[in-house]
Design a binder for this molecule. Structure first.
Ligand SMILES: Cc1cc2nc3c(=O)[nH]c(=O)nc-3n(C[C@H](O)[C@H](O)[C@H](O)COP(=O)(O)OP(=O)(O)OC[C@H]3O[C@@H](n4cnc5c(N)ncnc54)[C@H](O)[C@@H]3O)c2cc1C
Length: 256
């Protein structure tokens, strides 16, 4: 069974994010492996560990050159190898282009299962897994809270918590799955894992070697402005009429 995990490098959650010419400044800030993708890497490792020898985990990421730093973290967690697609033609790539590039690499890689996080912490669009399965023509099982793989039957079963209860969904290989935060507890890379990751294969591809022709983005950020600083808010000193003051404030704001 060949498992691929799609991971994105994003600005550190604590970093001050700024837009430069409609693009997120990815150079001037610390960059990390997207938090939510660590759960996908961990789930992939647990699946192959549960089924013994002969199963592999490949990490796939599209992004600027330094994306390999984040990918190295996934390799040090235990993934076997990696494919990084980086190209000047991908600056400002939208979700459609991202899914096109990833689908091209995945379709030529002989993978059975693709795992993703539910969203990136920078753009938070939560669309790439669905776009991937559409482009590949594969089944998709999204927002999985648990994943059980039966390689012999080429089948995956997930559970998904919804407002109405818990869904149990099944699909045959090949399949795209997105896993929720807290599906597991991602392992910390051990010193041995970090050292081993330095020797693992990281196949760096351009658009051409990924078999994709660059296309102009369907959506571009034309302008952006900082969110106004949060105002102090109204302070009510309760000298017996606090309740009334609260009701009139809520009424004034048409909240009641
Ligand atoms: C502030 C901002 C606003 C943006 N607005 C738009 C917009 O309106 N429309 C638009 O089309 N694009 C937009 N983008 C670009 C978009 O972020 C990228 O195209 C991105 O790669 C896909 O969207 P996402 O990060 O929201 O991914 P999600 O759909 O949120 O990501 C879900 C999962 O897909 C996988 N994944 C996502 N990106 C990658 C990657 N590069 N490599 C490998 N795996 C990946 C990961 O497993 C991730 O957990 C914006 C980017 C930023 C920073």
């Amino acid at each position: 069974m060949k498992i691929a995990v799609c991971v994105k490098q994003v600005p550190d959650s604590w970093a001050e994010k700024k837009m430069v010419n409609g693009l997120l400044d990815r150079e001037g800030v610390d960059a990390v492996l997207n938090d939510l993708d660590e759960y996908a890497v961990e789930e992939a490792l647990r699946i192959v560990e549960a089924h013994g020898e002969g199963h592999t985990v490949t990490v796939i990421s599209m992004g600027p050159e330094r994306t390999s730093e984040a990918v190295r973290k996934a390799l040090s967690m235990g993934a076997d190898d990696a494919i990084v697609i980086t190209d000047a033609g991908l600056v400002g790539a939208d979700a459609l282009m991202t899914s096109k590039v990833l689908a091209s690499v995945i379709s030529s890689g002989g993978f059975d299962v693709v795992l993703c996080g539910t969203e990136s912490t920078d753009a938070r669009m939560s669309v790439v897994p669905a776009m991937l399965s559409q482009r590949l023509g594969w089944a998709q099982l999204t927002f999985a809270g648990s994943v059980v793989v039966d390689p012999a039957a080429s089948e995956v079963t997930i559970t998904r918590v919804t407002e109405d209860g818990v869904d149990t969904m099944k699909a045959k290989f090949p399949v795209v799955i997105s896993v929720i935060e807290k599906i597991n507890e991602p392992r910390y890379p051990s010193f041995k894992g970090i050292m081993a990751a330095k020797k693992k294969t990281m196949d760096i591809r351009s658009l051409a070697t990924a078999g994709v022709t660059s296309e102009s983005a369907w959506s571009t950020v034309t302008d952006s402005s900082l969110r106004p600083a949060r105002s102090a808010g109204v302070k009510v000193i309760d000298e017996g009429k606090g309740g009334e003051a609260l009701v009139s404030y809520l009424a004034e704001k048409k909240l009641i």
